[in-house]
Design a protein around this ligand. Structure first.
Ligand SMILES: *Cc1c(COP(=O)(O)O)cnc(C)c1O
Length: 361
């Protein structure tokens, strides 16, 4: 037995498993398992990425000034309160590293994103799971779970994998009710899909205990580049800036993200198309006997009669070249999470689910 051991908590982490992207022996596979934008990034972002190829011998800027300025202009936000990271995953990890250690509690909701728990355990803190109400974040349950040891509260809004969200007034009530040593982190990975929702930005600006995280991986179609950002009160930005690696984001990633956020027409087009096809897919699945909660994101959580039925449908879809996501790890064993693909993909998946149900019920 070696005496070389990691910090407490680390071996309790179940390694994260990403969405699959191929099926052995099946061609024409459509990946609907990682909530990627089926239309891809804007042409402006691809062009900026290509151009960055000519200056790869230069270190990138460490202050991300141009990207923060662009985000600030587009969303009417203060660039001074922003931090950019290697995906929003890095911002979530930095928050855990900075604010949660042994003896501290980190709250996440029942069906919340896996990284909140991983971030807590990686730093020796204790993850605390709080029930949701019918797959919706329950503010009262979160407030009831708070103790003097609570340091972070993670709420994804819209939530993954449920697709549901709570109104801004509820987020505000949550922030108001937290114990004074606790920080509310509103994960806005899917906020870009919601018309007229600022992801919690105004709440950040008016309070000292709220942080918002955002990403270029979903609506902006840049999951392969790894760019995210956080919006936070000055005291939090000052803390995170001390522990972030100075050159965390490369030149090409910074340039592509800046071009992507400025191309508001492409973002709008992707949002509109997602809204249209999401409604179509939900309706098509419901007609085939598979209900789902009203989704506000770029995926649908399809509910089956049982775990067995969900798994059998997943196997059938796979054999048809359609990769969706099992979510038993999120305590939803009877569900499958299906990314809203392009129109042919949505039609294929609805058709295949229909065939499966017809042949099995
Ligand atoms: C996809 C996703 C993220 C974003 O991850 P990136 O690191 O920015 O790619 C964050 N939170 C949730 C809930 C997500 O689903």
């Amino acid at each position: 037995m070696t005496e070389i051991a990691p910090q407490p908590g680390i071996m309790e982490i179940a390694p994260y498993v990403g969405g699959a992207s191929n099926v052995d022996g099946v061609e024409n596979v459509v990946k609907l398992s990682s909530n990627e934008n089926p239309l891809g990034p804007s042409d402006a972002a691809k062009e900026a990425f290509r151009k960055a190829g000519f200056s790869l011998h230069r270190y990138p800027p460490s202050d991300h000034g141009a990207l923060r300025a662009a985000i600030g202009e587009v969303f009417s936000l203060d660039p001074q309160r922003m931090i950019c990271g290697v995906g929003s995953d890095e911002i979530l990890a930095l928050l855990c590293q900075a604010y949660a250690g042994p003896g501290d509690e980190v709250i996440h909701t029942e069906h919340g994103f896996a990284l909140y728990r991983i971030g807590a355990l990686a730093n020796g803190a204790t993850p605390v799971e709080v029930p949701e109400r019918e797959r919706v974040t329950d503010v009262d349950a979160i407030l009831a779970a708070c103790t003097e040891r609570t340091r972070l509260v993670f709420v994804a809004n819209p939530n993954n994998p449920t697709g549901t969200m709570i109104p801004e007034a509820e987020l505000s009530r949550l922030a108001e009710g937290l114990p004074k040593q606790a920080l509310l982190v509103i994960d806005g990975a899917y906020a870009d899909y919601v018309e007229g929702y600022d992801g919690g930005a105004r709440l950040v600006e008016t309070r000292e205990n709220v942080v918002m995280t955002r990403t270029f991986s979903k609506l902006y179609g840049l999951g392969g580049l790894r760019v995210g950002w956080g919006y936070a009160p000055a005291h939090v930005i000052e803390v995170l800036a001390r522990i972030r690696a100075p050159f965390n984001l490369g030149t090409a990633a910074l340039a592509a993200a800046e071009a992507a956020v400025r191309d508001t027409a492409w973002a709008e087009r992707c949002r509109t198309e997602n809204t249209r096809l999401r409604a179509w897919l939900a309706e098509a699945l419901a007609e085939r006997g598979i209900p789902s909660d009203t989704s506000t994101a770029n995926f649908i959580l399809a509910r089956f009669a049982s775990r067995e039925e969900a798994e059998a449908c997943d196997e059938f879809l796979k054999s048809e070249g359609l990769i969706v996501r099992r979510v038993a790890g999120y305590k939803l064993p009877h569900c499958l999470r299906i990314t809203v693909g392009d129109e042919p993909a949505c039609r294929r998946v609805a058709h295949a689910v229909g065939n499966f149900i017809e042949g099995s019920r």
